[in-house]
Design a protein around this ligand. Structure first.
Ligand code: PEP
Ligand code: MG
Length: 834
């Protein structure tokens, strides 16, 4: 028969699927002698059974719970009952404290403690929590009761319960416990928990475990208290105890952010022994779990208890700092640290700060607690429910609650007037990697639409800017500077490069992009889209003229000008890349991307080309294609108009000549796009080789058509390398347009027909199989064939995992994706051995 109830000594940290994260960690703490209140765990499987079969199942569960509870000998016996899912969902589900109270227990406790106030406060808190969580009675229903003594207060509270529920308040421990456990099981499916799981991609069928633990009382006397600490600073990663506590209070006071607590450093003055014990346990736990810990504790009459520990949520920047320090402190190996980084964390660290210029021009108008790093600007909005799906907003609240979750997710940043750095808003924002400032007491919300910050009147819709790293608030819209490559990211990139097999190159079309890629650690250019070199304002006209030319002479004249521009760009790019391979793809312009569309453009061109607008329009019509992505592009252009590729080759030659004269090392690869027939390749290769006689270079082709994949053995005979253009290969294999697929993508994803957007994450079964076939066939006739990937999938961690399993030498992606690609390549390789 399945076991549904576990004692702490029966579990361990690897059992979080069954015992929940909290439960599994309590078991682990029990095994390393951390002082925890004793208890039991009711499994997630019990929860799932209950959610399906309700009381039919619960009847069978009761004896197992009772048998376990009967082993607790503490007198009086009071419990906390908490939810604990396999994946942490802070604040999303329910907790009941002080369970077990009834009148006779209260009397016994008063006799024992001689502390009537404490006993009745605990008792009434229990009634309120129980009523709210088990029966859904809002706390406000119990407001405004008048009473002359404590026992009268209790009977009035119970009476309200009775009037609303039509039942008596349950008096026995068993009855209270059973109802509480059922309520916690049910809270798995409350609205905010469902939303949280949707937002964080957590499966809805995990279920929650329930942890039932002996109560320890933080509100007992002056030597009692409660708090939450992080083993390191979750905002910047510094090695210091970080957190808050309140004396003479119970845990929920602090977590809910209702009382502004003391900074933990203060405990060193108030209860120094407890402070140093806390420090000791925090270090032990951190080393044991090999992660920064978020620890809840209670002090009861001078004795410390750890209530729970879990891996602490932190800002992406803090995450990098902590992992780096862990390697230096020998808590983690480099490989373990690399595996622990989430690729989105790197992207978030790269997400920026305010520019120096805007900081000089703007002074902060107020300061709050810097709760979650990052910067954000946006229009003030006061109601979470009113935030549109897109747009720039900063959510301003007195304090956030789980109901604000969706608004927090949609907002660029969050600012609250109350709450500490471990309050709900702060914890959730950090988990989202979202900039957040809490406890800004100069923020006064006046009504639904207006407010003041430091007495400055503001209203909804006004712009403000916030810095979650410093806590500063600015009026107006400051400029954000993106992509700071800090030294920690560089260290991780270098470590990742040590462990990765797959190399990472950059897709760069300009010397500027090449430099960004080079600085991020790219080991070459995997794709220089030469048509993109003409995107800049002053250049686009020349390429348009070239496309619209109708005679060779006309075309050759304009090609001369283009040739000079390309020569200079190639030269500059070679200089930046310092001898690393540069893969130049010959022109591949799907014509629709380049033809003039507006009447202004047409007039401008007619002047430039000295022909009538009518003539321009006629030429545009003659080039018009219904499906330009599958039209006169790629090598087809180089066959129709060899003079175009010849111009490009001569630009390359001039650039190589100049580099040679200036002793700049070069290593170039010339790539022919959109090849489907070996004859296309042969035709173009012939005139390129003639032109480049005496030069050192490699020649290759993009593989971006299914026909090229299945005839790879023919094609590979004539080239040094293949580079997989997975954008077009996806388009042509799935038969969906790169430009239009989005129209049905959502429907397909909702109906689980596509698991991912195939242009973001490679379709392994289809496109991936073609890739494998092509590699196998290509290698049969050319064992030295070099292989790369230059489609957008080269920047996608999931796709990188797949490429890493194949004999592919490199992936190539856009400059700002390079850190993520290098990290993912290393993770894919390291995880093979973990
Ligand atoms: C591709 O098709 O994957 C590719 C890299 O080329 P482009 O995106 O320029 O068509
Ligand atoms: Mg392509």
């Amino acid at each position: 028969m399945e076991k549904f109830v576990y004692f702490f000594k029966e579990g361990n940290k690897n059992m979080s699927n069954l015992l929940g994260g909290k439960g599994a960690n309590l078991c682990e703490m029990s095994s390393i002698n951390i002082p925890i209140p004793q208890g039991i765990i009711i499994t997630t499987s019990a929860c799932n059974n209950f959610l399906k079969n309700k009381d039919d199942f619960f009847q069978n569960l009761k004896p197992e719970i009772l048998a376990a509870v009967s082993t607790f000998k503490k007198k009086p016996l009071l419990f906390s009952v908490r939810s604990g899912a396999p994946i942490s969902m802070p604040g999303m589900m329910d907790t009941i404290l002080n369970l077990g109270f009834n009148d006779s227990l209260a009397n016994y406790l008063i006799e024992k403690t001689n502390n009537e106030k404490f006993v009745y406060e605990s008792y009434s808190r229990f009634i309120l929590m129980f009523s709210e969580i088990v029966m859904g009675i809002p706390k406000s229903k119990f407001n405004n009761i008048s009473f002359s003594n404590y026992s009268e207060k209790i009977s009035k509270l119970k009476n309200i319960y009775k009037v609303i529920t039509n039942t008596l308040f349950p008096e026995t421990l068993e009855e209270q416990l059973f109802l509480a456990i059922k309520a916690i099981f049910n809270s798995w499916n409350n609205e905010r928990a469902i939303l949280y799981r949707d937002l964080h991609n957590i499966s809805h069928d995990l279920g929650t475990a329930v942890v039932v633990q002996e109560m320890v009382f933080g509100n007992f006397n002056d030597k009692s208290g409660t708090g939450v600490i992080f083993s390191r600073n979750p905002s910047n990663g510094k090695k210091e105890l970080y957190g808050e506590y309140i004396l003479k209070a119970q845990g929920e006071d602090i977590v809910a952010g209702l009382i502004t607590p003391f900074d933990i450093s203060n405990l060193n003055n108030q209860l120094p022994e407890i402070y140093s014990e806390l420090k000791k346990y925090s270090e032990i736990l951190e080393k044991h779990f090999k992660d920064m810990q978020d620890i809840e504790f209670t002090i009861e009459n001078g004795k410390l208890f750890i209530l729970q520990t879990r891996n602490g949520k932190r800002t992406p920047e803090a995450n990098l700092n902590i992992l780096l320090d862990f390697v230096n402190e020998n808590i983690l190996s480099k490989e373990e640290a690399i595996i622990k980084i989430d690729s989105s964390c790197l992207e978030a660290v790269l997400c920026g700060s305010f520019t120096e210029k805007s900081l000089k021009e703007n002074s902060p108008i107020a300061i709050g607690l810097p709760a979650s790093n990052g910067v954000a600007t946006g229009k003030i909005i006061l109601n979470s429910n009113n935030i549109p799906e897109d747009g720039d907003y900063i959510l301003l609240r007195e304090e956030t609650s789980p109901e604000d979750l969706k608004g927090m997710y949609l907002a660029n940043g969050i600012l609250t007037s109350k709450g500490g750095r471990t309050s709900h808003g702060a914890v959730v924002a950090r988990g989202m990697g979202k900039c957040c400032i809490t406890g800004c007491d100069s923020l006064k919300i006046e009504n639904d639409h207006s407010l003041t910050i430091n007495n400055i009147p503001l209203k909804e819709g006004d712009y403000i800017s916030i810095d979650g790293g410093t806590g500063y608030i600015y009026k107006g819209k400051l400029e954000i500077e993106k992509n700071n490559l800090n030294t920690n990211i560089k260290t991780f990139i270098n470590w990742s490069l040590e462990f990765s097999k797959l190399r990472v190159r950059v897709n760069a079309d300009t010397p500027e992009d090449a430099l960004v890629g080079y600085n991020f650690g790219a080991e070459g250019i995997g794709l220089c889209r030469t048509e993109h070199m003409f995107f800049k304002e002053d250049r686009i006209w020349k390429i348009r003229q070239m496309i619209l030319s109708t005679t060779i002479e006309e075309r050759k004249n304009i090609l001369q000008l283009l040739s000079f521009i390309q020569f200079k760009d190639f030269y500059d790019i070679f200089k930046v890349m310092k001898g690393l391979p540069v893969n130049i793809r010959l022109l591949d312009p799907p014509l629709h991307e380049f033809l003039p569309k507006t009447s202004y453009d047409k007039v401008f061109l007619s002047n430039k080309m000295n022909i009538s607008i009518k003539e321009i329009e006629e030429r545009i019509i003659s080039l018009n294609e219904h499906n330009p992505m599958l039209g006169h592009r790629g090598c087809r252009l180089g066959i129709s108009f060899p003079e175009i590729y010849e111009m490009q080759i001569s630009a390359i030659k001039f650039a190589l000549d100049r580099c040679k004269r200036e002793n700049i090392p070069t290593s170039i690869e010339i790539m022919i796009p959109f090849v489907g027939y070996v004859e296309e390749l042969q035709y173009i290769k012939k005139y390129i080789t003639e032109q480049l006689k005496g030069y050192e270079y490699k020649i290759g082709t993009m593989i971006e058509l299914p026909r090229a994949c299945i005839l790879s053995h023919e094609i590979s005979k004539h080239v040094d390398f293949f580079s997989y253009g997975t954008n077009d290969l996806t388009q042509t294999t799935l038969g969906i347009s790169r430009d239009d697929s989005i129209k049905f993508l959502n429907t397909y994803q909702n109906k689980l027909i596509y698991k991912h957007d195939p242009f973001k994450t490679l379709d392994k079964d289809g496109v991936g199989t073609l890739l494998k076939t092509s590699i196998e066939l290509g290698k049969t006739n050319n064992s030295n064939l070099k292989l790369g990937v230059c489609g957008e999938h080269g920047g996608d961690p999931e796709s990188i995992k797949f490429f890493n399993q194949l004999p592919i030498e490199y992936i190539s992606c856009s400059p700002f994706k390079i850190p993520v690609a290098i990290l993912s390549a290393a993770q894919s390789e390291i995880s093979k051995n973990f």
